[in-house]
Ligand binder design. Structure first.
Ligand SMILES: C[S@@+](CC[C@H](N)C(=O)[O-])C[C@H]1O[C@@H](n2cnc3c(N)ncnc32)[C@H](O)[C@@H]1O
Length: 340
């Protein structure tokens, strides 16, 4: 059975590629503008990476793919960002996805973004996105999933996932994954041997940290002038601004002392495997940003699995089940197909 192909826009360090590859897809190509993210990307993948501004891409130069994916930059929609939405150049990047989609005509489009994309500008931004996808001939489903409720990972990360299909039968058959319980604890993602540079014992804040951080293997975060303990046994959402200022990286007290999480631990909290290369020539600052910008791989993997099943309905099984007089399946037929 030939594999479906995905093209990854706004690829960052390839978290979406990771999830789709694990679900059995091939990656045709990827696009990313940031030089340092491209360095990490190249250390891990051999497929074509176009290091360029998406605006400069001519879709005629792209190999055809079955799924077009993109976690388009979320700063414009994020609560932590500027709340400008489509007025912000970064918000407009969604229309670049559609420019390429209109040419490539993928069977499915997969988008990931911050949760409040849905409520931004009283829901108007999201309406525009759905309407634009529909106008291009897609049927759209979306869901907000929290990583710690939809995967084994101990990270609180609510993200909106949008899945759009060209074919109505794929659309009907597609479901977002169900809830699962977190099985990995904070302690499990921590390294035993950690370089001294991550510890705070020489910091001018050490006394304050020591008086406020009293529980081991619990994540704490600076909130302006005080420290907030995460009482749910998970790590708060990793953010891109972890790479700036240093203060934003989550803190933990391990068996030795108080320290910040390492870049490797942050990538682990996103579900990247141990053999995912974090190149030595990419700085910690850049790696923190890349981890925060990326996605929770196991969540992507499960969605990609379900996308694959729904695409198969049309590509592989259609002949044996389709009612020749109708272009659409009945819901009973779809249930049978999904069960195959
Ligand atoms: C939210 S991150 C997506 C990260 C990705 N999903 C991952 O797993 O690492 C958005 C990415 O879009 C990239 N980007 C921003 N503007 C771009 C542009 N004009 N063209 C191409 N990529 C761009 C950023 O550098 C950033 O890596």
């Amino acid at each position: 059975m030939s594999k479906f192909k995905v093209g990854e826009l706004f690829a960052g360090v390839g978290g979406i590629s990771q999830g789709f590859i694990r679900a059995g897809f091939d990656v045709g190509w990827a696009n990313e503008i940031d030089k340092k993210a491209c360095e990490t990307y190249r250390a891990n993948y051999n497929h074509r990476l176009i290091e360029a501004d998406i605006h400069s891409i001519n879709p005629k130069d792209l190999e055809n793919i079955d799924v077009l994916s993109g976690g388009f930059p979320c700063q414009a929609f994020s609560v932590a960002g500027y709340r400008k939405g489509f007025d912000d150049a970064r918000g407009n990047l969604f229309f670049e996805v559609m420019r390429l989609a209109d040419h490539l005509q993928p069977k499915a489009i997969f988008l990931e973004n911050v949760k409040n994309l849905e409520s931004h500008d009283k829901g108007n931004t999201f309406k525009v996105i759905v309407k634009t996808l529909q106008d291009s001939g897609y049927y759209v489903k979306s869901a907000v999933l929290n990583t710690c409720k939809y995967s084994e990972l101990p990270q609180n990360r609510e993200r909106i996932y949008i899945v759009a299909f060209k074919n109505i039968n794929s659309y009907y058959s597609f479901n977002f994954p169900g809830k699962t319980s977190k099985t990995i604890n904070i302690e499990d993602i921590l390294d035993v041997e950690v370089a001294n540079k991550y510890y705070y014992n020489k910091s001018k804040y050490y006394d304050q940290l020591k008086s406020e951080i009293n529980k081991e293997y619990t994540i704490y975060q600076w909130r302006r002038v005080y420290l907030r303990e995460n009482k749910s046994g998970v790590c708060p959402t990793l953010t891109a601004n972890m790479g700036t200022g240093g203060h934003n990286v989550p803190l933990v007290k391990d068996g030795k002392d108080i320290r910040k999480l390492t870049p490797r631990e942050c990538f682990r909290l996103q579900g990247f495997p141990e053999n995912y290369v974090l190149p030595e020539y990419v700085s910690d600052t850049a790696l923190y940003k890349q981890a925060g910008n990326s996605v929770s791989v196991p969540v992507i993997e499960q969605i990609a699995q379900n996308i694959k099943s729904s695409l198969r309905i049309n590509d592989e099984l259609i002949g044996s089940y389709i009612n020749k007089s109708s272009k659409e399946f009945t819901s009973e037929q779809i249930d049978r197909l999904v069960a195959v």
